[in-house]
Design a binder for this molecule. Structure first.
Ligand SMILES: Cc1cc2nc3c(=O)[nH]c(=O)nc-3n(C[C@H](O)[C@H](O)[C@H](O)COP(=O)(O)O)c2cc1C
Length: 226
């Protein structure tokens, strides 16, 4: 069983999974633990739809890819990524993306393979379960606290999963097509999709899963005042 520090240090986004279903009782344990995430005023603004049904996941993925094929860049409730990228964030994004393509030996100009790798998000990297996290639109209408709470909830899911040998990949790619997801799942009008988290058993033989982007030095992001 990993310690909290080990779970934090060992987690990394996995993008290839074996064809093995997560037992329902384990999913319940993970989601019960994640429900202990703190939130402002104990608001618990997350509303999760946990899908382990292959057909439903295929339908969601098909719908997103169909919209992409129509040339749509996004159909979203919230704008996740910065509208204007500035350094050092821009550089980190480029370094992280190009590191992955380099590992996978994908050429910078190989648009078809890059697109395929993006589509892999909507095939859930072969995983059997995806947690779609929504919030009530009223929580994000002029205030941002729910984003903070639901972000912490995301990490709780991923850390709790580690305890059961389950890996994960958070997805902002689904955020960008949140309205498509909502339509396929026929969710109530008051809900907005924030993100999804793929959960499953990582394929340890897959090269892509060896990718572990580094982090900025502590002093770049942390200031101690003693
Ligand atoms: C909110 C959020 C959205 C993300 N969206 C995606 C995504 O759509 N597809 C993907 O492959 N990785 C996605 N990632 C994973 C990041 O690329 C990854 O966390 C980052 O590069 C650090 O790598 P690590 O998670 O392996 O430590 C996302 C991560 C977060 C936190």
């Amino acid at each position: 069983m990993p310690t909290v520090l080990e779970a934090l240090e060992n987690r990394s986004s996995k993008r290839a999974y074996i064809d093995k279903k997560i037992p329902k009782d384990i999913l319940e344990k993970i989601l019960n633990a994640a429900a202990m995430t703190p939130s402002g005023a104990n608001m618990q603004p997350w509303k999760s739809i946990v899908i382990s049904n292959k057909e439903t996941l295929t339908n969601v993925g098909d719908a997103i890819i169909a919209r992409m094929n129509e040339g749509l860049m996004h159909d979203q409730f919230i704008q996740y990524y910065p509208v204007k990228w500035v350094n050092p964030y821009k550089k980190r994004r480029i370094v992280t993306g190009s590191g992955l393509y380099k590992l996978m030996e994908v050429d910078r100009k190989d648009d078809a393979t890059r697109l395929q790798m993006w589509h892999d998000n909507f095939r859930w990297f072969g995983a059997q379960t995806v947690v779609f996290v929504f919030t009530d639109k009223s929580n994000i209408d002029g205030s941002q606290g729910a984003f903070i709470d639901c972000g912490a909830y995301m990490q709780s899911i991923m850390l709790a999963a580690q305890e059961f040998g389950i890996d994960s990949c958070p997805q902002g790619s689904t955020t960008e097509f949140g309205k498509v997801v909502a339509k396929v799942l026929d969710t109530p009008d008051n809900l907005a999709l924030l993100y999804s988290v793929v959960l499953g058993y990582a394929d340890d033989t897959s090269k892509i899963n060896s990718y572990q982007p580094t982090r900025a030095k502590l002093e770049d992001n942390v200031t101690f005042i003693d």
